[in-house]
Ligand binder design. Structure first.
Ligand code: NAD
Ligand code: WQD
Length: 345
């Protein structure tokens, strides 16, 4: 059986780490498609440096059906698709909803259409814990009711899951949606990691850029939440653990096809960490004092969310292996390499 897999968004943060793990620990052959709207082709060079393998990236916009179809024509024996490609900035999606609906929904429809036409039957979708919104009970399970989605971005994930569910119902494709909590950290080599093209909004790149002096002083968004230290709680998860879950999910679809052809899994560690605890973990592993102040709450933030990921453990045999200090240490190693590249260190 063919072992060739198409990874969309392969130049991006989670896609590239998944490609690296696939090369490291499996015999899947990977090809990538990414139009580099939020990444650069340099990622392919980083993957080559880490793994010694050349991965082909098609620089194609998945909203272009003809160009997407061409990739399937050239690779007619794909065993599966892992679909990471999407725009993901929550704030930007509120300002430019049309862009987000157009990009995230059309690309998904096109890739699913090609899967149907070319009989590629195994499909994995990047979904998000943002679907749960403000929850009444923690930790959240896959059957925790989804709240009204707060942003067009989150809505594209909700609609994306619904589209996939309807499609697997009528054709041969079987699919898994993986709801990631807060992916952070970098490859253990420090040679690949998150590389925001614009000013970062997410906590860990904000921390490492503050420690590097790129951001003069960071803010902790609120310290009077009803949590153990007043700051928000999240379930940070190492990107390499997330990457490995995709391999387990793909193997599950290919080897253990069961009665249900659509499954959803939470991917988190199950541990809630506050913003102030995350900062302390960074200070501990780096030996630096971070320049931060307490600022106002950020609009739209939920107070606390963390995952129950026992379904992924039970059915996929997947477990997390890294704690918050290892997440911070790998992110810091990567940031220091970026600083060197940019002549900052
Ligand atoms: P990323 O922006 O680093 O990677 C996404 C990649 O997709 C980028 O390289 C971008 O250029 C590409 N892309 C976007 N639209 C495209 C299109 N129309 N055609 C071709 N390529 C396109 O993001 P990431 O953090 O790696 O996220 C990967 C997936 O995981 C996304 O679907 C995201 O919504 C989802 N997700 C991310 C997080 C997170 O915190 N990083 C959390 C939950 C879910
Ligand atoms: C984490 C915590 C902030 C920056 C986002 C998306 C979600 C999903 C994951 C894609 C919060 C605090 C942050 C700063 C801070 N992505 N913070 N100062 O908001 O949990 O989730 O990424 O699907 O959809 O919304 O992640 O990293 O932005 O914030 O105090 O400068 O850090 O308030 O409590 P978030 P985040």
């Amino acid at each position: 059986m063919s072992k060739k897999v198409l990874v969309t968004g392969g130049c991006g943060y989670i896609g590239s780490h998944t490609i690296i793990e696939m090369i490291r620990s499996t015999d899947y052959e990977v090809i990538s498609v990414d139009n580099n709207i939020n990444s650069t082709e340099k990622t392919m060079e980083r993957i080559r440096q880490i793994t010694g393998k050349e991965v082909k990236n098609y620089q194609v916009d998945l909203c272009d059906l003809a160009a997407t179809r061409q990739i399937f024509e050239e690779n007619d024996n794909l065993v599966g698709v892992i679909h990471f490609a999407a725009l993901k900035a929550v704030g930007e999606s509120v300002e430019q909803p049309h862009l987000y609906y157009h990009n995230n929904i059309n690309s998904l429809l096109n890739i699913l259409k090609c899967c149907e036409e070319f009989k590629v039957n195994n499909f994995i979708f990047s979904s998000s814990c943002s679907l749960y919104g403000n929850v009444e009970q923690l930790p959240v399970k896959e059957d925790t009711p989804l709240s009204k989605t707060e942003s067009p971005y989150a809505h594209t994930k909700l609609v994306g899951e619904e589209i996939i569910k309807s499609i697997v119902h009528v054709n041969d494709v079987q699919a898994i949606a993986l709801r990631y909590f807060n992916p952070v950290g970098a490859d253990k080599t420090g040679l690949n990691g998150e590389n925001p093209i614009n000013k970062p909004n997410n906590l860990v790149p904000v921390i490492t850029q503050t420690a590097s002096g790129i951001i003069p002083k960071m803010q902790v968004f609120g310290d009077d939440y009803d949590t153990r230290d007043g700051s928000c709680i999240r379930d940070y998860i190492h990107v390499t653990d997330i990457a490995n879950a995709h391999i387990k999910a793909l193997n599950y679809l290919i080897e253990q096809r069961n009665s249900s052809n659509y499954e959803v899994f939470n991917l988190g560690t199950g541990n809630g960490v506050t913003v102030l605890e995350a900062i302390k973990a960074f200070e501990k592993i780096s030996g630096l004092e971070l320049n931060y102040e307490i600022g106002p709450k950020r609009a739209g933030d939920v107070m606390a969310i963390y995952s129950n990921s026992s379904k992924a453990k039970e059915l996929l045999g997947w477990e997390t292996t890294f704690g918050i200090e290892e997440m911070m240490a790998s992110a810091w190693k990567w940031q220091q390499n970026l600083n060197k590249e940019a002549g900052r260190a």
